[in-house]
Design a protein around this ligand. Structure first.
Ligand SMILES: [Zn+2]
Ligand SMILES: [Zn+2]
Length: 123
């Protein structure tokens, strides 16, 4: 593993949530000022291919990256675009019971309005 790749992985593990490539690049530069944007993008792609991390395509705005490729669902706020992890293993088990075989992978994004956006709406 290169130093750049180790740095990127560290940044992702230390930051809660789901960063964009540019956010990761900005944080990487604080610790390694000479790092190039292309290096960050290339490493993210390699890490995604190695299933070390996962890329999330967003309904709006740039892709974000997940520090794990372990399957989980996401809660997406249509108001502010915030993205949170949610466990959906119970749901996946139910689906497996229906289809009678193992679910191999999934991408699940549940759209909602977060509490802050809901209260803004009701004012
Ligand atoms: Zn919101
Ligand atoms: Zn996630």
């Amino acid at each position: 593993m290169t130093r750049q790749r180790a740095l990127i992985l560290n940044i992702m593990r230390e930051n809660p949530g789901h960063l964009t490539a540019d956010e990761i690049y900005a944080l990487a530069r604080e610790q390694m000022p000479g790092i190039a944007r292309g290096t960050v993008y290339r490493n993210l792609k390699l890490m995604e291919q190695d299933r070390e991390i996962a890329k999330l395509e967003m309904p709006e705005g740039p892709d974000r990256f997940d520090k794990t490729s372990a399957p989980h669902g996401h809660l997406y706020c249509d108001g502010c675009g915030s993205l949170q992890d949610i466990p959906v293993i119970g749901l996946v088990r139910d689906i497996e019971a229906v289809i009678g075989t193992e679910v191999r992978s999934y991408q699940l994004t549940i759209h909602y309005l977060c509490p802050a956006c809901r209260s803004k709406l009701s004012q």
